[in-house]
Design a protein around this ligand. Structure first.
Ligand code: 6LW
Length: 506
């Protein structure tokens, strides 16, 4: 049966995967967003359901005033002896650490911090009970580029051997994202090279000893889409897994530049998670059977029915659904699901979306080029500058809004576009009613903003290019978020913003 790539769309980069019996678990990096490190479950490697996050407490994930695309870098998830381990880097505090749990739905433990530099830490629980920690060079010192490794005590996080350079890669920039596997007594080291951009690639080496010497795969890179005209680009940062029937697969990251003919490459959905089959040749080397395609053969995978897309979130629950995230650690008095039951209430503060801080913001990843999002907002601001609405958010310097607020003493609906150092508020119209439906129609090229009174006519206010929110323009490691927000624009706001529902239509 065929399956569709990406298997997890939208900003879900640096995927890592593990298996427990017939259950598979996958995590991705999350940078400045909270909660951190989303975790997914699957039975068929194709259909994935989010079951929570590994980092749900500030004690696990301090992100105060974290720069955008800092915070949590690539994670690794592994299972050993009844326990799950997730190891990663919080670059905002410059620390590598791991958390563990016996239940992947959480909660996960407090962090065990490591005396270990670099990024992209990974673990191998070897058959003899030894545990190997591997990662990159110390990116803040002039340490030679390459993959470093040491033996580690999982009880304490202490190193049990010296830290050694085990492989420099094949000469590509930024050798990173290492994963060591012991497969039938041979140690295979899988890494990424080229950096997380169009030149990205996956390379491999092997040895009969965990610390090498490592022999480079004769056909490196075993995966790259560089210099190709494929609809999927920048493939890299992979992790291998053996399915229950013995077949081998890899998950990896990649991007889908917006499919607009005769236009430069721009991707605004971020780095997504892809799946591809792995074959082993007669010399015991694995190969990723060719370029990754949007539609691929699922071979022996028992692919299940695709989970139906949940269109409407009416905030009737006591907790937010897993796809929702905050920007950095949320101020606990900035949001509530109980102050007005059946509504998501946001209390704006002086913090703006432009600030490297925790604005009153609850957002979810854009996962499709073509979609329509809307929300019913009840908001009766009184003070100049009080504002609430919908934001299309790449980072604090690149975002668009359709919102309601007091401007020049009058309650208006308007759109704002912030592109780097440029910003503009336009299409301002007086809007007296308390309730308003704000909508954005997205296609691969543009976002079109409109509003309507409940049961009224839809009025289009304007549009903005998706490319100006793309990674190629805005930089960073994340992707566009659809966010609900409130702010006092520099002054403490008093008026609550009540979001009745949010719709994400395909
Ligand atoms: C990640 C590194 C990388 O830690 O980018 O694509 C960093 N590769 O391996 C952030 O995603």
């Amino acid at each position: 049966m065929k399956y569709t790539n990406p298997i997890i769309s939208g900003f879900h980069p640096d995927p890592s995967i593990c298996k427990v019996g017939e259950d598979f678990y996958l995590v991705t990096s999350s940078f400045e967003y909270f909660p951190g490190v989303p975790i997914f479950h699957s039975k068929d490697l194709v259909n994935w359901k989010q079951i929570g996050h590994c980092l749900t407490r500030e004690s696990q994930l301090p992100l105060h005033q974290a720069k955008s695309s800092m915070g949590i870098f690539a994670p690794t998830i592994r299972y050993n002896n009844g326990r799950f381990y997730m190891i990663t880097t919080n670059l905002t505090i410059g620390k590598n650490f791991f958390v563990w749990t016996d239940n992947p739905k959480g909660p996960w433990s407090e962090p065990i911090f490591l005396d270990w530099p670099g990024i992209d830490p990974s673990l191998l629980f070897d058959e003899d009970g030894k545990v190997y920690l591997s990662g990159t060079q110390d990116i803040f010192s002039g340490e030679p580029m390459g993959i470093y490794q040491a033996e580690m005590d999982m009880e304490t996080g202490n190193l049990l051997s010296e830290r050694r350079l085990i492989w420099e890669g094949t000469g590509g920039a930024h050798p990173e994202g290492p994963h060591l596997y012991n497969i039938n007594g041979t140690y295979y080291l899988l890494i990424a090279e080229g950096g997380t951009e169009y030149g990205h690639m996956v390379t491999m080496a092997r040895s009969q000893q965990p610390f090498g010497p490592f022999e480079s795969h004769p056909n490196n890179p075993i995966l790259t889409h560089r210099s190709s005209s494929k609809p999927i680009q920048a493939t890299g940062h992979a992790d291998f897994i053996q399915y229950t029937d013995g077949s081998w697969w890899t998950v990896c990251l990649g991007i889908r530049p917006a499919p607009i003919p005769f236009s430069g490459k721009h991707h605004h959905l971020g780095r997504e998670t892809f799946l591809a089959p792995v074959e082993w040749n007669e010399d015991g080397w694995p190969t990723i059977g060719g370029p990754i395609e949007l539609e691929m053969d699922g071979k022996s995978l028992p692919i299940e029915e695709r989970v139906q897309w949940k269109v409407k979130d009416d905030f009737d629950g006591s907790t937010l659904d897993f796809p929702w995230s905050f920007l950095r650690n949320p101020n606990k008095d900035s949001w509530s699901l109980s102050d007005r039951p059946g509504y998501l209430t946001l209390y704006g503060s002086s913090i703006r979306l432009d600030d490297l801080d925790s604005p009153s913001f609850v957002g979810r990843r854009q996962q499709h080029f073509d979609c329509n999002i809307s929300t019913l907002l009840e908001f009766s601001p009184t003070e100049e500058g009080e504002e609430a609405g919908l934001t299309l958010f790449m980072n604090e310097r690149f975002h668009y809004e359709i919102a309601v607020g007091i401007r020049d003493g009058v309650k208006k609906v308007f759109i704002r576009r912030r592109i780097g150092s440029l910003w503009k508020v336009e299409s301002e119209y007086e809007y007296a009613q308390d309730a308003i439906i704000l909508s954005v129609q997205a296609d691969a090229k543009n976002y079109t903003f409109s509003y309507q009174q409940p049961d009224g006519e839809s009025i289009t206010l304007g549009s903005g290019e998706c490319s100006l929110l793309s990674t190629e323009v805005a930089g960073g490691f994340t992707g566009v978020f659809f966010g609900l927000y409130a702010t006092g624009n520099g002054r403490h706001a008093t008026t609550p913003a009540y979001f009745d529902w949010f719709e994400y239509r395909l």
